[in-house]
Ligand binder design. Structure first.
Ligand code: FAD
Length: 621
């Protein structure tokens, strides 16, 4: 049957990409349908119930700055919060939260159900309705036809999913869920480039069978960090500790002795897994000289005894998994509640996508999440938000929007994917961003919320909160700049005491704040009243301390923009350009771009390579 109501946007899949896509589309006012296998699994965390971490929290804060759900849901579900790299510079500082998976799902579901313009329907999508080269809607597996202007596909690991435990394998989208085979076949018939990737998960343990006195406790930070710009500690549930355990030589012996029973080593799985999140058998094999690996023993929630032993993801047979677990100190009597497994699934070459995440082969069709070769909830959510927004804009005849690489990690993520493609599950790192001093987790709202407001993603309450904060930062910065400390006075004596050096001339408070020994609370009260709001104080401090570096990075960006029209001589010998990778050199030789701008748009030519070309041209002159 044809469903009587027509939608602007249909989103398929209620995982992390799909929920952000549906919410973003509906927030802009488009009539949106979220079609998913099972309403009970909306926002389900397939693997570790944790959000954030290095590079990833940057994405969460960007999703949040654009009005998305992940940050707030984390504040409502987080049971242990930490700031990683707290002693390093603000560019690489990252918030990470262990979440209660039940609370997280409930938070996401609540936001979806309360979102105006959003309709949820439980059923598997079996096919796309395509007319010429344009998508027109979706047919469910039971034959209901939903019609729409655009469609966003967010099916995660479900397309052609195969689960492996030892030499046994079965079809599945993740443990306990069916795969999406009908849709996978239909998509394989389209002109997309399809390949396989794999990922894995550890066995889960019953906390009642673990001896915690043998493990190291790891409490969260105090004061507890907050994830969302709209969040607060008052949203957090009860906080608990995680623990740390270690593998040992006996663990490694067991793994070595059973490698031939691992589907990865016996050749049953030949697709590539996440390099930065390898299975324990992979770690033991690759780093044979190490006789111990760390395991973070993380609670799955407040009302359950299940534990997630982060670091022993495996597809070894169950009997070996049990031996491995029981070889670990504190786990000698551990009971496994669910076996670990690996899963192989279809993904589509993201080079077939535009920056808007619309496919090049079928108009009005968008892909987001693990289907594009990424791994991680945060990477999926960020893509989902962008795809949902652009699907909605397309439905209304508006131009697509995406952030540039110097504006957001989301810009880096999409640009990397669509220009370079990926051969292994792609995850975000701060090292992927060449402008990381500008793209900090503390300033995602300053970078994106205004754009989000113009795009229709930001409601009045968030806009008000953001505007008040931005104004307060500006006012406080101006105040610090206008307050002067003279040598010899009481305030100067305090500065001398803190820095160990006598003040030689008159300084304003902003200049003093740039000194490495002094923080906001040290200087702000030397003349006048400091602000109480920690977030305002933090922003004022970071901007003051890093202004020099930030200005330099901004100058680099401006320089690159100015030089975009620079011609590349027809006789330029790319073999002589030092510092280019062979892959990029080859591409430039083949395409022979006429200007730097053209070079920068060639798939795989990075901004760093454009800089190298610019320097080479200057040397030639
Ligand atoms: P998913 O979260 O997989 O959601 C897909 C959704 O689409 C589901 O709701 C599903 O029911 C629905 N769906 C699928 N097909 C259809 C259809 N035809 N019709 C209707 N609905 C459909 N990430 C890490 O960062 N680190 C890890 O260690 C890690 N390990 C993992 C281990 C395993 C075993 C798995 C399965 C995933 C792991 N991940 C890991 C990845 C992480 O779970 C995903 O990156 C993330 O969930 C992707 O989000 P998504 O929205 O793209 O897809």
């Amino acid at each position: 049957m044809d469903y009587p109501d027509r939608f602007d946007v249909i989103v398929i899949g209620g995982g992390h990409a799909g929920t952000e896509a549906a919410l973003a589309s509906a927030r802009t006012g488009c009539r949106t349908l979220l079609l998913t296998h099972n309403i009970e699994t909306l926002g389900q965390m397939s693997c570790n119930p944790a959000i954030g971490g290095i590079g990833k929290s940057h994405l969460v804060k960007e999703i949040d700055a654009l009005g998305g759900a992940m940050g707030l849901a984390t504040d409502m579900a987080g049971i242990q919060f930490r700031v990683l790299n707290a002693r390093k510079g603000p560019a690489v500082r990252a918030t990470r939260a262990q979440a209660d998976r039940v609370l997280y799902k409930a938070a996401i579901r609540g936001m979806l159900e309360n979102q105006p313009n959003l309709t949820i329907f439980q059923q598997a999508a079996g096919d796309l309705i395509v007319d010429g080269n344009q998508v027109r809607g979706v047919t469910t597996e039971t034959g209901i036809r939903f019609h729409s202007e655009s469609v966003v596909l967010c099916t995660g690991t479900f397309l052609g999913g195969v689960i492996h435990i030892g030499m046994d394998n079965s079809r599945g989208g993740r443990a306990g869920d069916p795969p999406s085979n009908g849709l996978a076949e239909r998509l394989r018939a389209q002109p997309f480039s399809v390949d396989r990737l794999k990922t894995g998960t550890p066995p889960r343990l019953d906390a009642k069978s673990v001896d915690f006195s043998q493990l190291d406790a790891q409490p969260g930070d105090d004061p507890t960090p907050v994830m969302s710009y709209m969040g607060g500690r008052d949203l957090h549930p009860r906080q608990v500790s995680c623990h740390i355990a270690h593998t040992n030589e006996r663990t490694h012996e067991i793994i070595h002795a059973n490698l031939d029973r691992s589907p990865m080593f016996s050749g049953t799985i030949d697709s590539v897994g996440p390099r930065y999140c390898p299975s324990i058998e992979d770690k033991v094999h690759r780093f044979a000289d190490k006789n111990s690996h760390q395991i973070f023993v993380e609670p799955e929630g407040l009302e359950t005894h299940e534990l997630y032993p982060n670091g022993i993801s495996t597809s070894l047979p169950f009997d070996v998994q049990l031996q491995v677990v029981r070889s670990i100190r504190g786990m000698e009597n551990a009971h496994i509640t669910r076996p670990g497994y690996a899963i192989e699934y279809d993904f589509f070459d993201p080079r077939d996508l535009k920056h808007s995440l619309e496919t090049r082969h079928i108009d009005n069709l968008y892909f987001a999440g693990q289907i594009n070769g990424t791994t991680g909830y945060e990477e999926a959510g960020a893509q989902g938000l962008l795809a949902g927004l652009n699907a909605a804009r397309r439905a209304r005849g508006l131009e697509a929007w995406w952030p540039r690489r110097d504006e957001a990690y989301l810009g880096v993520l999409v640009d990397d994917l669509i220009t370079l493609g990926t051969r292994e599950p792609y995850r975000m790192f701060t090292s992927r961003a060449e402008y990381r001093l500008l793209l900090r987790e503390d300033n995602a709202d300053m970078r994106l919320t205004e754009a989000g407001r113009e795009l229709g993603l930001i409601d009045d309450q968030r806009w008000q909160t953001f505007s008040t904060k931005r104004e307060a930062v500006e006012q406080e910065t101006a105040r610090l700049k206008s307050r002067w400390i003279q040598p010899g006075g009481e305030a100067a004596a305090r500065v001398d005491e803190l820095t160990g050096q006598p003040l030689k001339r008159e300084y304003n408070l902003l200049e003093l704040l740039r000194r490495p020994e002094l923080g906001y609370r040290d200087v702000a009260g030397l003349a006048g009243e400091p602000v109480e709001d920690e977030r305002v104080a933090e922003q004022v401090q970071i901007q003051a301390k890093y202004q020099g570096y930030i200005d330099r990075q901004q100058a680099d960006i401006d320089k690159l923009k100015r030089h975009e029209a620079t011609p590349l001589p027809a006789d330029l010998d790319y073999q002589q350009v030092e510092g280019l990778s062979n892959e990029i050199r080859q591409k430039l030789i083949e395409s022979r771009p006429e200007t730097l701008a053209q070079a920068s748009r060639i798939s795989g030519v990075t901004p760093a390579a454009v800089s190298i070309l610019l320097i080479h041209l200057k040397k030639r002159r």
